[in-house]
Design a protein around this ligand. Structure first.
Ligand code: GLN
Length: 497
């Protein structure tokens, strides 16, 4: 295998290993960052994970950590670790575009809470990553700034919408990354890029400063190359924030505690209808089955569960998310943020700005959402979709009476070719059939790599947990990860098979 690491492998190490190396004086935050920047230099011309590399800011942050180390102070777990930030998170003084022309010139005057917490703890930002425009998409092809290429197969998509973050972590252009998950945008790209992606309980991580797509569904999530790193990153950013009205009141906690407790006796629910679902690739089914077998070897019991209304989750999502988006995106009017195209009078200025600034998929959703919310159709579409959402929530509650976690493939397919689904929105929307139910219900869910398909492309194994039960999700994912010992790395080749 062509190892992307070359002999400059610092960026390939786990965050917890780097943290130990820093404390042991084996390396410095500046050295770790320089190795990561060299990797970016080497591979990002073909992967294109980043919209902006923040080398100067990163160097200053790394130098500050090294200063703290020299002074002999206690360091937070994330200090000195290079992290990439999806370009939907506001970062003070650093351009933030949400992958959209309409925000192309936008420089936020404040930091989002997740980055504010990381930055206070000494994390080192490598840059802002590419994503689908306003996080609407499953392939990163809806970015106004061009697609990201999957490091496992450069002709393929990395998934979306957080495709840049997933690709960056997969090939060592960052040790971990922030993403957002409204319908699957952390877990699906994590699956397609062979990394770990976590979407915690709704409200667990503050959304303050996350550019809104669909507020009742938007979750902040994480990318890393291990479950232990995932738990470390979560611990650094979770916890109550008075700036987000939906933030949970819970104080911060250490999510790495109890990771090694194993899965003996754990009840793992499986929705059998999902496995026979049309469109699920045999390679995905086989790798998923191997994951279930591994859990059973570890002493877990696989039990059948039913989520009868999950069949309608995708349809409900594609009414609720556009409805909320049509309202959230009304603020881009040429007056307050970003792009402005002058016109004769304010309405013409608004119209021209929005016409030029938004891409096709965003326009499609604004139209759909406005229609679903309009008088006369509201009850038939939006109201009905909300009822379905309630039924999905009830289904999960019932299923979790018989199971401690629910397992499913993350995505029905592995990475598909760039362009393959670009003209078929319905096929694209199907990428999220297995991830959307957990967003509608607000429950925690993780994707970890569980193998590769016949083409050598990674497959994701999803574990969903009860509301607030991140510890069980992380513990079972960690146990499975150890048992599967998935160690393949992306080869940065153009085509496979
Ligand atoms: N792919 C889904 C969509 O296009 C989910 C996106 C997301 O989670 N942000 O809406």
């Amino acid at each position: 295998m062509t190892d992307v690491a070359g002999d400059d492998a610092l960026g390939d190490r786990q965050g917890y290993e780097l943290a130990a190396a820093l404390r042991g004086g084996e390396t410095s935050a500046s050295e770790i960052l320089e190795a990561t920047l060299r990797r970016i230099e080497e591979v990002d011309g073909s992967v294109r994970a980043y919209l902006r590399v923040t080398a100067d800011e990163g160097r200053a942050q790394a130098a500050a950590v090294d200063e703290r180390l020299r002074a002999g102070g206690e360091l937070p777990a994330v200090a000195g670790i290079p992290i990439a930030v999806k370009d939907v998170f506001c970062t003070k003084g650093i351009r933030t575009t949400a992958g959209s022309r309409i925000l192309e010139p936008y420089v936020p005057p404040y930091d989002c809470t997740p980055w504010a917490r990381l930055s206070a703890a000494g994390a080192v930002m490598t840059g802002k990553t590419n994503c689908d425009e306003f996080a609407m998409g499953s392939s990163n092809e809806n970015s106004a700034f061009g697609p990201v290429h999957n490091p496992w197969c450069l002709d393929a998509v990395p998934g979306g919408s957080s495709g840049g973050s997933a690709a960056a972590v997969a090939c060592g252009e960052a040790v971990w990354a922030l993403g957002s998950d409204t319908g699957g945008s952390v877990r699906q790209p994590a699956a397609l890029c062979g990394v770990v992606g976590l979407k915690p309980t709704y409200g667990r991580i503050s959304r303050y400063g996350l550019i809104a797509f669909a507020s009742s569904l938007d979750h902040v999530g994480t990318f890393a190359r291990s479950v232990r790193d995932t738990a470390t990153l979560l611990s650094a950013i979770a916890g109550h924030d008075p700036m987000d009205a939906t933030s949970l009141p819970d104080p911060p906690r250490d999510y790495t505690e109890g990771l090694d407790a194993g899965v003996g006796g754990l009840r793992v629910g499986v929705v059998e209808d999902w496995l026979s679902m049309e469109g699920t690739e045999p390679g995905v089914r086989d790798a998923f089955q191997a994951g279930l077998d591994a859990l059973e070897r570890l002493g877990a019991n696989v039990v059948p569960v039913k989520l009868p209304h999950a069949d309608y989750a995708l349809s409900a999502y594609y009414l609720i998310a556009p409805a909320e988006a049509s309202s959230n995106l009304a603020r881009y009017d040429g007056v307050r943020y970003g792009l402005r195209v002058e016109g004769d009078g304010v309405v013409e200025m608004n119209t021209r700005t929005r016409g030029a600034g938004f891409g096709d998929e965003v326009k499609r959703r604004i139209i759909l959402g406005t229609y679903a919310l309009s008088a006369g159709y509201y009850d038939a579409y939006y109201g009905q979709a909300q009822k379905v959402r309630t039924l999905v929530i009830r289904d999960f509650r019932q299923a979790f009476a018989d199971a401690d976690v629910i397992a499913a493939p993350t995505s029905p397919t592995t990475a598909f070719r760039i362009g393959e689904r670009a003209d078929d929105p319905l096929a694209m929307y199907l990428s999220d059939v297995f991830t959307i139910p957990a967003d509608l219900a607000g429950i925690p869910a993780i994707s970890i790599p569980c193998g590769v398909d016949g083409e050598g492309l990674p497959v994701g194994f999803q574990l969903m947990g009860k509301l607030l039960d991140e510890p069980t999700v992380l513990r079972s994912a960690h146990a499975l990860e150890q048992e599967l010992a998935f160690a393949q790395r992306p080869a940065l080749v153009s085509s496979r098979g």
